[in-house]
Design a protein around this ligand. Sequence first.
Ligand SMILES: NC(=O)c1ccc[n+]([C@@H]2O[C@H](COP(=O)([O-])OP(=O)(O)OC[C@H]3O[C@@H](n4cnc5c(N)ncnc54)[C@H](O)[C@@H]3O)[C@@H](O)[C@H]2O)c1
Length: 265
Amino acid sequence: MTGDTHGAGALPLPRMFDLTGKTALITGAGQGLGAEMAAALAEAGAHLALLDRDEATLAETAATISGAEVLPLTADVTDAAAMEAAVAQTVARFGTLDIVIPNAGISEAQPGRLHEMPREDWDRVTAVNLDGVYNTVRPALGQMVSQGSGKVIMIGSMFGIVAAAGIFPRPAYAAAKGAVVSLTRELALEYASLGIQVNAIIPGFFRTKTRPRSPEHAQQMADYTPMGRLAEAAEIRGTVVYLASSATDYMTGNMLVIDGGILAR
Ligand SMILES: NC(=O)c1ccc[n+]([C@@H]2O[C@H](COP(=O)([O-])OP(=O)(O)OC[C@H]3O[C@@H](n4cnc5c(N)ncnc54)[C@H](O)[C@@H]3O)[C@@H](O)[C@H]2O)c1
């Protein structure tokens, strides 16, 4: 080991992944991957600001978190003013904002080609999956710049990298997630010299309360996946702690794919 001890290289392993004293804001935290990421970050020691538009599921999830302070925030990520207020409330409560995860996301009600897709579907999906990311990350970055540190963990999708139509055509979802992947790289460079790392998790098919929508879809997804199965939602836990931790202090602009092998084809 040299005398240069910058970053996490010098920390013993358990401390490298210890988030004690850190604050994380997660959107779409009421259920699914958001709730799992909340549980994981709490277990690693972080305080949590958990945001969802569904007050009831948010309360249920917040009640399951133990060993961490939780600030539940009911808001819609498409409401820019509400998201600015959410970041302000988080900082007022915990003093800092160290980790932000703009996770809230939806997809088209039905798979279908673009020319048959109602305009409302396009607007609804892009408003949550793209504008919602902007509304969340913009005030969070303002705080992180003033701190001189922070971790932004984007939630992309394999369908931000390859076409969704290979299995279910979802043009608005694919377009919005492609933009999130591109924004990850853009922000990584914009903030690289300011102590802020911006990376993305690229999930494949994860089982949640809302997905898959039918046993037929579940079978199609399993058949499409080289590992032959969907992931359980809890399988996101290690990945999010890794990206939130000092283990990744020298990593930015990276896409961490967790998809059972689909994108390796
Ligand atoms: N589950 C998968 O297989 C999968 C795969 C790739 C990417 N993703 C992405 O992971 C993220 C989480 O997905 P999930 O499967 O856990 O979904 P989910 O439907 O299980 O949970 C989404 C949560 O977000 C909340 N939400 C939705 N719209 C919101 C809004 N406008 N404002 C605030 N909260 C809102 C919902 O109330 C819900 O609690 C999404 O960005 C999704 O695109 C999921």
